[in-house]
Structure formats: C-alpha cells, structure tokens
Design a protein around this ligand. Sequence first.
Ligand SMILES: [Zn+2]
Length: 156
Amino acid sequence: MYEREIAIIKADLGIEDIDIDWRWVNRRWLRRTRKFTTYGDYTHRQPRPRISIATKRSYEDVIKCIAHELRHAWQRKNGVLLVEHISGRSWKHTWSGTTFCSGRRVYARKKYEERPHEIDAFAYQEDAWKRLFGGKSIEKPTPHTVVADLFLSALY
Ligand SMILES: [Zn+2]
C-alpha cells in the first residue's frame, strides 16, 4: 500500500536503504485511551524497524502519518535521536547531543508534545505533505501549532 508515496518520502529523507516492515491496520486509530489517540507507530527493531499505520482515515491523514513515522526512522538512522538502554526498563533519550530525559518513568512523564523527536516529526509531516504532495493548507504551521492542532483533534 502507498508504495509510490513511501518511495517519494524515503527519497526526500535519504533513507531509501531502510527496509521497513509495514503493518496496515484497517481501523480509524491504533490505540485510544481517555488521554490520547494514536494513528501510527514506529518500533525500532532488528533487522527491520516496524511501522504501523491506521488506514481508515483520509488520504491526507494517512500520508502525513506515514511521513511522521518515516521521520522517526530518519532520526534513528542519523543519530539525531539516540536511545540507549541503561538497565531494566531504563532508557536514555538523547536528542542532538542533549539528554532531555533519562529513565523510563521520567520519559513517560514528559509530555508527548514536548518531546523533541515528536515536534520534529510533526513539523516534517506538514512540510512533506505540502512540499511533496501539494497539500492545500494555507496557514504556515509551526511545530507548536501543529502539535496543538493534533492534540485538539485527538481530544474529539
Ligand atoms: Zn511520533
């Protein structure tokens, strides 16, 4: 599914060499709790990372979601996001050389929209939609408004 779009986004990110295990989920979302709804997921694993995408959504939403998750693959490949295992369930997340949180509990408490790799992925999905697929949105989104919009839409 979406082979053409995936090829375009991968070429834009320069990650044509990364083989992805795609999981297409024919639902409107992947997970839904009272606090949040997820539409896509990136799981770093060997030998291939796995990306899951909820497909019962508009073309625009699915393409943005694919771009978002592929951006996570790009972050890992380029060392922009480093995730190191410390011990047990403890992980250290390093973003561009700056440790922004350490330890799983701290990481879990860090608001999703404040995580640098999410701000970056949301900014990229909007940029990719407009630049690569001629998206229609007129207002130039900033990472902040993109995240705010996403959270508002996730609430409803
Ligand atoms: Zn993300």
